[in-house]
Write a protein that binds this ligand. Sequence first.
Ligand code: PHE
Length: 341
Amino acid sequence: MKNKIKALLNEVDDFSAETKEQIEEFRINLLGSKGKLKSLFADFKNVPNDQKKEVGQLMNTLKEKAQHKIDELTIKFSNNETSTTDYLDLSRTATPIKLGSRHPITIVRNEITEIFSRIGFTVSEGPEVEDDWHNFSALNFPPEHPARDMQDTFFVESEAGEMALRTHTSSVQVRMMENNKPPIRTISPGRVYRNEAISARAHCFFHQVEGLYIAENVSFADLKQTLLYFAKEMFGEETKIRLRPSYFPFTEPSAEMDVSCSVCNSKGCTICKYTGFLEILGCGMVDPNVLGNCGIDPKKYSGFAFGMGVERIAMLKFKVNDLRLYSEGDVRFLDQFKAAF
Ligand code: PHE
């Protein structure tokens, strides 16, 4: 009996486990209801009286040692578990998630689109690589016309002949007039390209929203009222507008529109160069030649068009002083528009 117990004590000392299952097997085998210790205790009554004390002590030692070993190994395994397996701690401080934000150009383009959609303008889009007809000829720029030089164009060689990166989204308006019957009321947001040296005030690509309204009896008064509505919605109810005569080949008469400077309340500041006003768009009545080019009867219909640069409006709205910031992807700049939308 004593030898049996001593052999078991050695077994306990030598035992080590690779898995939790092995510990459990060890426990059942030794301490379980049909385990070795149980049968030792059952045999205890056969131990001669003079040895009972010694054997009893040995058996207790064995039981304690076995339990101790099991506890020790169980703790070791549960420690391993915390370090290697995922677990859910609902009280832990959350890891901050990096939230993106809309680009300021997108924010302003969406706002312009929304303002015009409230008065019935649809949104139209077209290709960025255009043919000469849609970017120039249909819009009253004959091949030798000096006004082509106003828009420094990037030309692209293609199988279809010489193409150009569109210099304005008026090309989309030509497509709309060719493919739809009046009344037409649409705005064309999109990216445009011009071969200009990159600086704080100019870039080789930027974004425009151009508008077009063609119906019977459309007058300059309609144009002015539409633009006044836009300026007030965009820059605030107290905004004033000013139209100055200008020239575009595709509109007659043509004008440029200024809005009162919201930075200084028209008192004069560096942004408005002490004039109290800021130029934001070009506009005019669509030239009857252009209507004819696009298959619309100029005797029956008239219309107005306007075009604005999104970067410029965003500059005024967010007081951005360098155009290059829009395309550099600097997170320190972009992060500032999180609160905006
Ligand atoms: N297409 C002109 C530009 O890019 C803007 C414009 C549009 C002017 C419509 C008048 C009418 O500069």
